[in-house]
Design a protein around this ligand. Structure first.
Ligand SMILES: [Zn+2]
Length: 222
């Protein structure tokens, strides 16, 4: 699908944008925050091919969905739905795993950075076991995944990872870029480089980590 238009808006001091994607006469409308979907909703409409594709973005069928998408954010519809759902979930003694995003019980588990990572086969939601201690190098990685889960993204100065957890080990042929890419791949994270000012006002390269699939972790999983 190609991106046709983005409509930015602010809500509670945060910047969102509504994106209109299309393929032929099929349109998909979804809210984004920091380049990631802002919630689990997206709206699709299939329009008749007799419609004029050039002026199609302004028609009511699409504008209604744009309004709906914006309202979902302003009414916190997704958060309410997830919270409502969590209230109905009882913690079971056997801790049978289920995805808090889509209720599927098809969950894959693997150990990543010293704790278990769970992935829902149905929707791609990922969450992690809570651990009370970890190795020094793992701490920052746990922080990244936690913030992606809570805030939708995490920003880190490149140097911090380059000089620490992902420092180059050329004897093993592992460059910083390779380690970063491997780690992001295992954790199903996307990332992009950008520049931002550090505490001293100096422009420095940083990495923004995010997930294409919003992450919903079980509130009761201990
Ligand atoms: Zn799921």
């Amino acid at each position: 699908m190609k991106l046709n238009r983005t409509i930015p808006f602010e809500f509670e001091g945060k910047s969102y944008e509504i994106r209109i994607y299309s393929k032929g006469w099929k349109f998909n409308i979804r809210a984004y925050k920091d380049d990631s979907p802002a919630n689990g909703y997206s709206y699709t409409v299939d329009l008749p091919t007799s419609f004029d594709i050039k002026s199609i973005l302004n028609i009511d069928a699409i504008q209604e969905l744009v309004k709906l998408t914006k309202k979902d954010i302003e009414n916190k519809k997704w958060e309410k739905l997830v919270n409502q759902y969590l209230k109905t979930v009882k913690t079971s003694a056997d801790k049978k795993l289920g995805c808090q995003n889509c209720t599927s019980r098809e969950i894959k588990a693997m150990v990543v950075d010293g704790r278990r990572m769970f992935e829902c086969s149905a929707c791609g939601n990922i969450w992690y076991e809570h651990v009370t201690s970890c190795l020094t190098g793992e701490y920052i990685l746990h922080e990244i995944t936690t913030n992606v889960e809570k805030e939708g993204q995490h920003e880190e100065f490149t140097e911090i990872l380059l000089n620490g957890t992902f420092s180059e080990d050329l004897s093993k042929g592992l460059s910083f870029e390779d380690q970063l890419a491997n780690w992001a791949n295992i954790n199903k994270l996307e990332y992009s480089f950008f520049y931002k000012k550090d505490a001293f006002g100096k422009e420095r390269q940083a990495i923004r980590f995010f997930s294409k699939v919003p992450r919903v972790s079980p509130a009761f999983y201990g």
